[in-house]
Ligand binder design. Structure first.
Ligand code: UFG
Length: 337
């Protein structure tokens, strides 16, 4: 029988794609999600437990019933701006939620975890590309909640033998080219879905947040990484933990996940136009508070240690999958409903 893997947040964007890749790799994903932002339609690859991470009794029942060999922990609130105005919501759900999960894992003897972390743990870059050793000075409670979770995992490693991997995503983007899974946030704040939906005429014109940055074209630069590549990295991290390479000397490791290539907001809009054959209606606006001008990953450590390399290295190809999802995949149906 294949191993059960508990996937918190498995009904969300990155979690659901990872469940699909896990199933393809021969694992049995068990999704645990409170459905605050996750979607029942995205749970398609194994059993589902509807529960909040802070609900310890239900967590205990899930561990008793499924006896997972590892946990992939995606469940988190991710709206950076909201984390500034309502920090308690983020510390409770993301930080206290992780703590509750870690204690449940300890008490049920589940000793492996892969965590959805973020480049937000670094804060404003002092040097680019960002390496895993860059100082951590997160600029908002969302980033702090991720850094706190990483720290808890390291401490549980020292005290209780937890073996864990923190995957620091840069900008997750794109969709499963087979059409059944994709990005569907409510509210949507991310650049690529907003640009695609504006091009489709299903949203008002996009506002470009800042055109006076010290970047080649004045707009902000990000490292967009395909959601299926992120999913593959989780399987690679799981295998790394199973191999026993994580040990007492290094119980908790962190890896950047990006392509190492930046794309500016203007380049993203041009790519959406090229893929769709439609201009993206937009206006120029002021900078968004707290946005760094440029974030690009140095992702060689993930390649060296996990053997992970992104299959999608061209932002145009990433955007093509996002376009297909919103224009013709299930995303199109969701947009119209
Ligand atoms: N942008 C616009 N207009 C919009 C939306 C975004 O110009 O309407 C710009 C942003 O200013 C930024 C870029 O497009 O320069 C990308 O913005 P996203 O909101 O898509 O993504 P962020 O880089 O702000 O955020 C991502 C993740 C967060 C994570 C953060 C780490 O979504 O979860 O990276 O920096 F915390």
């Amino acid at each position: 029988m294949s191993e059960n893997i508990l996937v918190t947040g498995g009904a969300g964007y990155i979690g659901s794609h990872t469940c699909k890749v896990l199933a393809q790799a021969g694992y049995s994903p068990v999704t645990l999600d409170n459905l605050v932002y996750g979607h029942p339609w995205a749970v398609r690859f194994g059993p589902f437990v509807q529960a909040d991470l802070l609900d310890r009794a239900t967590l205990d029942r899930a561990f008793d019933e499924y006896r997972p060999s590892a946990v992939l922990h995606f469940a988190a609130f991710t709206y950076v701006g909201e984390s500034v105005t309502d920090p308690g919501k983020y510390y409770r759900n993301n930080a206290a939620g992780t703590l509750t999960l870690l204690e449940a894992m300890r008490d049920h003897g589940c000793g492996r975890m892969v965590f959805s972390s973020s480049c937000a743990v670094y804060g404003l870059p002092q040097a680019l590309p960002l390496t895993e050793g860059h100082p951590q000075a997160p600029m908002n409670p969302y980033g702090v909640s991720k850094a706190m979770s990483e720290r808890m995992m390291a401490d549980f490693g020292l005290a209780h033998g937890l073996r864990s991997v923190c995957l620091r995503y840069f900008n997750a983007a794109g969709a499963d080219p087979e059409g059944g899974l994709g990005e569907d946030h409510d509210p949507e704040t991310h650049l690529i879905p907003l640009a695609v939906e504006a091009a489709l005429g299903k949203r008002p014109p996009l506002q470009v947040f800042g055109s006076d940055y010290h970047t080649p074209d004045g707009t902000a630069v990000r490292d967009y990484v395909h959601v299926l590549d992120l999913a593959q990295a989780h399987v690679a991290a799981l295998r790394y933990l199973e191999s026993g390479e994580a040990n007492d000397a290094s119980p908790c490791s962190a890896f950047n996940l990006g392509t190492g290539r930046g794309a500016s907001v203007a380049e993203v809009l041009a790519a959406v136009a090229a893929v769709s054959g439609r201009a993206v209606p937009h206006t120029m606006g002021p900078r968004r508070a707290g946005d760094p001008p440029m974030l690009v990953a140095q992702a060689e450590l993930a390649e060296k240690v996990l053997g992970w390399r992104p299959a999608y290295t061209d932002v145009l190809e990433i955007i093509r999958t996002a376009w297909d999802w919103h224009a013709t995949g299930r995303g199109a149906v969701l947009l119209d409903s």
